[in-house]
Write a new protein. Sequence first.
Lengths: 184, 662
Amino acid sequence: MIPVAARTLPMLLVMGLVWTCVPASLSAEPAPVPEYNAKAGYLVAFQSYVTWPAGALAAPTSPVVLCVLGRDPFGAVLDETAAARVGARPLQVRRIHSPNDAGDCQIVFIGKAESAREAEWLAAIKRKPILTVGESGKTVERGGAVEFGAVRDRVAFEVSLPAAEQAGLKISSDMLAHARKVYR
Amino acid sequence: MKSCASRVWFVVVGLCLGPLMRAAAAQEASPIVANLSLEELSKLRVTIASVADKPVREQPGIVTVITEQQIADSGARDLMDILALVPGFSFGNDVDAVLGAEFRGLWAYEGKILLLIDGIPVNEGLYGTLQMGRHYSAGLIKQVEIIRGPGSARYGGNAELAVLSVTTKAADQQGGFALVRQQVASGRVGTSVDAGAGYSFVNGWRAAFGAHYEDYIRSDRTYVSLGGDVVDTKSRSTMTPAMITGQIGWRDLDVRMLYDDYSLDNPIGFGDPSLQATPWSETFRSAMGSVKYDVKPNGWLTISPRIITGRQYPWWLQTSPGQGDFQLRYDRQTFEVPAAMAFDDRNHLLVGMALYGEQATALQTSPLFGQPPVHVFFAGSERVSYRDASGYAQYDVDMAWADVTLGGRYEAHSHAGSAFVPRIGITRAWERVHVKLLFDQAFRTPNVETIQQRLRDTSVTYEKSTGSQFEAGYRFNERVSLVGNLYNLRVDKPLAFTVLDNPTFGYVNGSAISTNGGEAELRYQDNSLSGYVGYGYYRADDQLSSALGLYASAQEGQNLALPSHKVSFLGAYRIRKPLTWSASGIHSSARWMFAYPGDESRLSPELNLNTLLEYRGRAVTLGVAVHNLLDEMLVAGQPYNGGGAPLPLPGRDVSLTIGYKF
């Protein structure tokens, strides 16, 4: 009878050596991006999948105004992402501190640090032609149109059709197809 | 010897860590992602700080996730087809022509694997078994999460070697679907239907249902018993499994239901078909439900009291005329209160308790097989009951050098006494590299019949497993990843049915059984091509696996009917946008079967190849699949010396699938 360790040794060594031979130079993968870089990417991408009602934007070339309401989790990332976006419309990023200042915004993001005031703020702007986006875990329940979540190491989003309709927005079927969940 | 083995582990871990650490040191600046489509954004890996929703590579467990896309590409028809591609799993036959899973070289079918469907535990309660083969339709399944080991301190009972967590499509609340499959093998036509729908409403309500029904055969091949009796199973192995799932929820209230009727014709009795004139009818029927409410008194605490109740009729046997039927009823009520505390993004604590009561009632017994009448079936009574209480805690903390998990579970059973098992996990993930070192113990609580059918004048207690696992993974780039693990697994006091002599037989806690081995998975994914190769190896410890003389083969390092090596692959090529061609295969090395005392027969290596051509439109799916393309003689051997001959699996099988989603 061959001792267990002696029998196991070749297998373990082979597996270990194979592992050792994995060349680090094969790595060409981009690093995982910080969560808010990805969310900034989504926010600037949403404008291509949403149709605002007539009059919400002055002209076809008018900028889409993306507002961060309350505490800002992005820092400069959102500005840099918006500036780098190539699209039909320019994007303008603003920081606002009250829903009363959201009149010129087409997209309003409320970070999870403002979860306590999210319901009140969403109620204040719910009939305006604004795509409301949150990440509190209760954004849709509170009347928001889009909610960010995480599926393991990916950012995902959910869409509330009633909230979008109430705001007079049309969400493209392509965006709905990529939503993790669509509320009706 | 022990220190030598430890040195080997140390060497291998060192060998692995060297290059991994070097690779991990390479940092890249995180990019601005300004011009990506939603599809590209959805595939972007991100760093998420919270330990509550960690990616698989950072979870404190050896986890494989099979996605809906992989299930579709594989052409899998049921959970058995899905698991067959996963390293570590193979399948054997038990009595009554049913199939079960083997895991890491051990016969895990009876009480050693926990299956959760949408969170409801579905193992039958009399023995803890899980029946495979045309059971748990792939058409209903959105995702399967396979946790090697006990998974979490939260799970007890049958969560000993692995936990399988299935999420159904309907429960994901993403709309509706219907799927019809016509299949044919050797001229026998079968039909399978899956349908379901699930919706979430903005007012907080959500609802979902799913349903499956199938009418087909276990096999179209010939069964030859060890005594030489021959049965053509094509006309005698009809299977008509059915399942319904349902869910209603409102905000933090969640109500789930599950009905499962797994009915089959048993053409071979207990392995000797000469006993029966016509096939016996075997049914496993369950109706289960759960009610859960999440209480969130503040931002960091979630308490989720849940009641689970179920009634089952497992192993319901209706034999040939005159031979008598057998039916027991099993009821179980569970109340559990887990509390999850997220102190901050890096410190999480799970504590909880669970209480359950279980009752078994004899409804019909078979005097022909020597069973006592109903009113005295359970040691002088028609009914027997047991109670169990457990408490558990698990602390997850992200530290600067690694993520650490510490946990434990205590359980007290009214017959089996009490037991405690600890759990320790250390996980470290860099950008491309991760390593995990896990040590955990788990126990299997004796089931009702395990206790009732114990060997005369003995008592049975928990069997306890001890697992040491090491995993390392490497992402070459966004498309290619490799992950591998080494394990050592030991089950002390395994609960096993043993026959000392006639009539001295029953369940006892045997001496330890043990295996060690490794598993590896290589994955590739880009927009038009995806590929997967898996490999699993085990080696039984001969000195231990001869426990009770049940499982060990005379061949060194092997257990009966379990292949030492298994290689599986899956490749899918998107020919054009809606058209996909895929191929999958499983190669199992030779196995050894008990034939007669002192005699074993060899089962040749097997290659099971499958292929699928599918049109995947936005709403409509059309597919043609061929399973067992080479028409190999595939069999499920009996992984113990029970006298059962290999059960033949289907030959070449062609199927046409039409699906619609809305």
